[in-house]
Design a protein around this ligand. Structure first.
Ligand code: HGY
Ligand code: MN
Ligand code: MN
Length: 412
């Protein structure tokens, strides 16, 4: 099989999608169900239809662009990723998997290949946790990892519920219908930038993911007594932000002292109330992200963090409430798909690195219902979730070619 990846088309589509953003270039901000996300969805659907695919959307906006195989009733081979982007992001996170997946399908169609199993490009809703506080919302619902009832309880920072926001965006079906029937996917393969420095550092053009790390996130709500910044003397204070500051360092220390380099913990959001320079903070909300490739070790670190927050809170006579948002298991990738990816790399004499994904992805949840694997391409300096995120045209095209060949292998 000789496949041709249309490099110019793929690169120009990446640029076009990057221009659909709440922020000025080179910054990409595309929060789920925001005007830019809806515009990007419309643009993507048009690209898929132009490529001859049949497009459908489910009740939470997961989008499926299908190429019917010779046995349409057989299980499906999926590929894809996400197009939503956190604030101040780059243009490649998720996008390489969506547009690379579309290009891989087009290259197969143009080569005259005919799959037995239908191939679907997926664009998952809300891979990023930005709006509803939980990542991979669309793939959690597809895999049944998140129930429709639990999803209905989700609200954004403005207090709008997921149901209100999705219906306003035009997705009006029942959330119960999102969960896929068992055996729907034969396999799912996601192309993604590494979002880390290993491939570039070792000058290896491709990574084949063997395991996806276990993510957890929680909110720590701290309540002190507040008061006038001039009138309340230091011994009389119960400053919620000072307590939070100690907790942030304790969270960092819990990850650093876990005994393994694979443990990470981040306090990415710190909301301070009332937020006036001359008022002692009375409330603070910390959003905490904790991950590890080892589930048990991650859970130990979470317990260490919980204990540290409570002892700091007692010492400072503030109240603390920890709200767990998610605590997911890691996922092993499927040996058969890993082998198919490896075969394609070997065919092209491309070095590849078996590796762990420290970022989470929709593949983590699709792995609950189907065999999955991920293919990584390098990103410059390992940067991601920032405007200078960059993947080279050569790496993008190479990853797309290996993805296309693997889709062909798995869909025969
Ligand atoms: O946070 C993550 O790992 C993913 O990029 N959303
Ligand atoms: Mn991301
Ligand atoms: Mn991503």
């Amino acid at each position: 099989m000789s496949l041709t990846i249309n490099r110019d088309r793929l690169l120009s589509e990446i640029e076009a999608l990057a221009s659909i953003s709440e922020a000025e270039p080179p910054v990409v901000t595309r929060i789920v169900f925001s005007p830019s996300d809806l515009k990007a969805r419309g643009w993507m659907k048009a690209c898929c239809e132009e490529a001859g695919l049949t497009v459908r959307e489910d009740a939470v906006g997961n989008t499926f662009a299908r190429w019917d195989g010779s046995e349409p009733a057989a299980s499906v081979v999926g590929t894809g990723s996400h197009i939503d982007a956190i604030p101040n992001a780059g243009k490649y996170d998720g996008v390489v998997g969506v547009l690379g997946g579309l290009e891989a399908i087009q290259a197969l169609r143009q080569s005259g290949f005919r799959p037995k199993h239908s191939i679907e490009l997926l664009i998952f809703t809300a891979e990023e946790p930005t709006r509803f506080g939980i990542g991979c919302l669309g793939s959690r619902l597809l895999s049944g990892t998140l129930s429709a009832d639990a999803a209905r309880k989700l609200t954004d920072n403005g207090g709008a519920t997921l149901d209100e926001v999705r219906r306003e965006a035009g997705f009006t079906g029942e959330l119960e219908q999102v969960k896929l029937p068992g055996g729907y996917y034969k396999a799912f393969i996601e192309l993604h930038i590494e979002q880390g420095p290993l491939l570039e550092r070792q000058q290896i053009p491709l990574g084949i993911v063997t395991k996806i790390a276990a993510p957890a996130s929680l909110r720590v709500l701290i309540e002190g007594s507040g008061g006038h910044a001039g009138g309340v003397l230091m011994p009389d204070r119960h400053d919620a932000l000072c307590a939070a500051a100690e907790m942030i360092l304790a969270i960092e220390s819990a990850a650093r002292t876990s005994g393994a380099i694979d443990t990470v913990a981040t306090v990415g959001i710190c909301d301070v109330f009332p937020g006036a320079v001359n008022s002692i903070p009375s409330k603070v909300r910390l959003s905490v992200d904790i991950r590890d490739t080892d589930l048990q070790r991650r859970n130990i670190v979470m317990r260490t963090i919980e204990a540290a927050c409570h002892s700091i809170s007692a010492k400072r006579q503030v109240s603390t409430h920890n709200e767990l948002l998610n605590a997911d298991s890691p996922a092993d990738c499927a040996p058969a798909i890993i082998e198919a990816l490896s075969q394609s790399c070997r065919r092209h004499e491309l070095k590849f690195l078996p590796m762990v994904s420290r970022a989470y992805h929709d593949s983590l949840f699709i792995a609950r219902i189907a065999p999955v694997a991920m293919l990584f391409i390098p990103c410059r300096n390992g940067y991601s979730h920032r405007p200078d995120e960059h993947a080279s045209p050569e790496d993008i095209v190479r990853g797309t070619l290996v993805l296309a060949e693997t889709l062909a292998t798995v869909s025969r």
